[in-house]
Design a binder for this molecule. Structure first.
Ligand SMILES: [Zn+2]
Length: 388
């Protein structure tokens, strides 16, 4: 029995290796896969046959010959199924429908007033329903749902603590699974954002990257050696709640002087209430800055400086290759980046910042959505239904 189990596991692993190579190097021939992976041609042939049967791989015609018969080339059938990626924010919900390669095919948004947990979940279900309804036909239909939340979730998909939503102990995965009867993955929005950047954004060629999501709070997703670092219980990355002012303001998390109380969008917009026209969102503040309003410029300069102070802690702790700033503040890049860079230049250790790239996300607010969809896709490919 054990031996059969081992053989099945071995086959499952080999099959996912073959599929990975088709995904990465397509169009590719069976012979080339055998050459790269070291698997025998017979094994590759059997596994490819099964992948074609399960509609995940397709033949697209003959490629160029390197002597002898022309090889049949293989492609990953990225439209065999679709995933829904969701970002649950404070006051808004975004959702995308992606194919199995993470290409966005549909997108929707909704506002929520955060009245009650039930009202927000109702809105969330509405957005997912809409994406499911717009999915093209495919052999696997919707393979799963990934949701990025502004807080901490455990392995059961319970939202343990989302201070900016006021949520504690909400069994979100169970609620969504119950409705859709589909696999659901719940994770922190910054973890999802880090994965989105690593797979589809500025971090594709980076192994050590920190994604810093700056919106109503500040969260970070940490990728070390190409892997998301979750800590022992999955709660790593709460750098927004490290103190930058040791006798500072009290935070809802229990600490005082937390980074996000000074450098988040919420902190900045509270201060913006003193400015002409009292801008209530990032776009209004940007308009004021574009009109060369000196108070708006000073506020943005100060916010950039506070962001820099916290980033120095990140840099000195992790010595990353790349820091990617995402979230709603991306729209303020032109004003925030200069004071961030100046602060880091003045105050971080020269050796830890050497070679470091600091960028703002270029995924136009979609890093968390793409990462959330990617969680669902990864889970689909890891499921026994697909692999064996
Ligand atoms: Zn805090």
């Amino acid at each position: 029995m054990t031996q059969t189990g081992d053989l099945n596991l071995m086959k499952q692993i080999n099959k996912s290796i073959v599929l990975e190579h088709v995904k990465k190097h397509a169009p590719i021939s069976r012979a080339k896969i055998a050459e790269i992976t070291g698997l025998t041609k017979a094994t590759v042939s059997t596994l490819v046959h099964e992948l074609i049967d399960s509609r995940l791989v397709q033949e697209i015609g003959e490629g160029a010959s390197s002597g002898g018969r022309k090889p049949m080339m293989l492609l990953f059938n990225h439209t065999a199924g679709y995933a829904v990626g969701v970002e649950l924010g404070v006051g808004h919900i975004s959702a995308v429908l992606t194919d199995l390669a993470g290409h966005i095919v549909e997108h929707t948004e909704a506002a929520h007033s955060n009245d009650s947990v039930d009202a927000v979940i109702h809105r969330l279900i509405g957005c997912i329903e809409e994406m499911r309804g717009r999915a093209p036909d495919g052999p696997y239909g919707i393979v799963g749902i990934g949701i990025g939340i502004p807080g901490i979730a455990d392995e059961r998909g319970h939202v343990l603590f989302a201070p900016n939503l006021g949520w504690e102990g909400v069994p979100l995965r169970a609620r969504i699974e119950e409705h859709f009867r589909l696999p659901v993955v719940i994770d922190n929005e910054a973890n999802a954002g880090a994965l989105g950047e690593k797979e589809f954004g500025a971090g594709v060629n980076t192994s050590h990257l920190i994604y810093v999501s700056v919106s109503s709070g500040i969260g970070t997703g940490v990728i070390i050696n190409g892997q998301l670092y979750r800590g022992v219980s999955g709660f790593s990355g709460e750098i927004g709640h490290t103190s930058i002012e040791f006798n500072g303001r009290a935070c809802r998390c229990g600490n005082v002087g937390c980074w996000e109380l000074y450098a988040s969008e919420q902190a900045m917009l509270q201060q913006a209430q003193m400015l002409p026209g009292r801008p209530t969102d990032v776009a209004a503040l940007a308009r004021l800055a574009e009109q060369d309003n000196p108070e708006a410029a000073a506020l943005l300069d100060q916010t950039g400086y506070y962001l820099g102070v916290g980033l120095i802690n990140v840099i000195n702790t992790f010595n990353p290759e790349q820091i990617i700033i995402g979230g709603s503040m991306v729209a303020l890049k032109q004003w925030l980046l200069p004071p961030i860079l100046q602060c880091i230049q003045q105050r971080s250790l020269p050796l830890t910042r050497a070679g470091l790239e600091i960028e703002f996300s270029a995924l136009r607010g979609r890093s968390t959505l793409l990462g959330a969809a990617s969680f669902a896709i990864t889970r689909f490919f890891a499921s026994p239904k697909v692999s064996v």
